[in-house]
Design a protein around this ligand. Sequence first.
Ligand code: SF4
Length: 674
Amino acid sequence: MFTHVTRPGAIGSLRVANRLVMGAMHLNMENLDDGGAALAAFYAARARGGAGLIITGGSAVSTVAAGGPGYSHVNDPAHHPALRRTADAVHEEGGKIALQLFHAGRYALTGASGPAPVAPSAVYSRFSRTTPRALTEAEIGETVRDFARGAATARDLGYDAVEVMASEGYLINQFLSPVTNLRDDGWGGDAARRRRFPLEVLRAVREAAGDGFPVLFRISGADLVPGSSTQEETEALAVALAQGGAAALDIGVGWHESRVPTVQSAVPPGTWAPYAEAVKKALCAAGYADVPVIASNRVAGLDQAESLLRGGGIDHVSMARPLLADPDLPAKWTAGRSALVNVCLACNEACIDRSFGTERVSCLVNPRAGHEREFPEQPGAHPPRSFAVIGGGPAGLEAARALAALGHRVDLFEEDEELGGQFRLARQVPGKEDFAATVRYFTAELARLGVRVHLGRRLGLGDAGLLSRFAGAVLATGVQPRLPDIPGWPLLHTVTYPEAFARPESLGERVVLLGGGGIAMDLAHLLTGERTPATPQAFLAAYGLGEGPATQTPTARHRLTLVRRGPRIGAGTGPSTRWVVLSALRAHGVEMVTGVGYREITREGVVVQGADGAERLLPADSVVFATGQEPERATVPALRAAGVPFEAVGGARDAARVNAVRATAEGLAAAHRL
Ligand code: SF4
């Protein structure tokens, strides 16, 4: 069925077993003080799962090249043991691995204590909030040599290839763009001189790495930044790189400063493939049809990869996050077990958002990602015992899965008639439809692992006898909404957020949502009536990038006001997603009120008080409370009466700081501790 994905391919002299490339992603594991053990285990799992080629997260070619403190440094011998161990581990699993050579330029997030960022010109970056120092001619030459040394070192450390990072707005992309390259010397001024730096890097890297060592280039199919490189310039670059001997072109899209979402769930899968196809077309027209093109960004699953490859417009497909979510994705699809694939939600919460900080990258739906060594899953390693998991939300589902994967007997008790907990609310929200796929995955996986699932079963004190038969339990009963202490609230139609999610049609025309956190933001998004995913054409047209009809903004049934005591609506939502959702809410005319106290609910609406003491009425027909939550721990007396050891996880442990990433991670950790 996947005849195109599974077809062997070649990138220069490198033979790859299939057309699926794991794309580069910085993991914040590259600089751990563990000799590369965690990094090697992470990539080995993806090689074992069937990725044809793995491209590592960027490895800085010099100190100033690093994107942040957690980067590896290919030209620093102190990093070589970890880099070598990673390549060896992938090879032991039969995989192939390329090291990405990286220079952040003005995107370096090295902080006040790190080296000052450098770039072709001193142009302020909104992403790193710094103005870099312009490189001197001598420093440009030194940087070219840094890339070359990096390539030779990667080859010596056992890598099968290198990829030069020249997209996403990093240093080489900065040289290419007239927005960030304001030079008027041999390295800037017109398109040909802006192209000189990448071509010099390619020449030097090829020379240093030697004949036959494949050099991939990741270039930007479109910068999505006003005034940046044109389509013609992009195609001319692609042809020049092919002419210069690049073994493959990997096509990224967008800069970190771009105001067009590229990797968020609001972006329909497949949106960016035409940009890669345009590069391939240009290569064919110029006589370089033999140079493979890799399509990256927002390829959601192997069925989509298969259809893109079948179309013949590209040669390989790159995915990163789907392989964090499920390292065995290729093997499962090709074995016809796609129902058991743990689907990436494009939420970015544990991966991309963390990669710009210092926390180790992992995955919301697969908290083992990045922690493969801490949580080995070898059935039979421990004597099998019986465990109860109470609660079938994200934390309980992951706890039950992990316990069963360790070979234990597991009974899961859920008081509702369906698994999923808060994911059942989330799946209704525009852009979060894939949360339903997570529930489907866990349902199928628990069945495969033999977990006995008891739906509609609320445990109480009378169940102490039943609970006493288990060796241990995981309390994953989640949260209850907290009601604020506001005078007058019965006067209006007031509901809690779960009630509003369950019956949105019951809300009046004017809705005030008190809380303003992630849940309130999601609920407001649902109430706008927006429906996603749009088609790629409609999405592109909405951002002025295509010619199709833009998605029509539906006529709103509600007038919505989001109210928060604190200064930021949606605080706690990941930075890569928050601005996209806020833009959507603004486009739907949602009013946002922050920094106010809740004074009173009257027949007319909600009275709030600003920092200046002035009171104001927010007119409302319905008021929704999304004002926090309390742990749901009603089963604790039964567990205590049973004398069974238990671990509370997720919202049942700490409702104030719970989120889905923390919930699944705690479910996994509890399963391994019990
Ligand atoms: Fe995908 Fe979210 Fe996991 Fe990242 S954290 S890999 S976006 S599911």
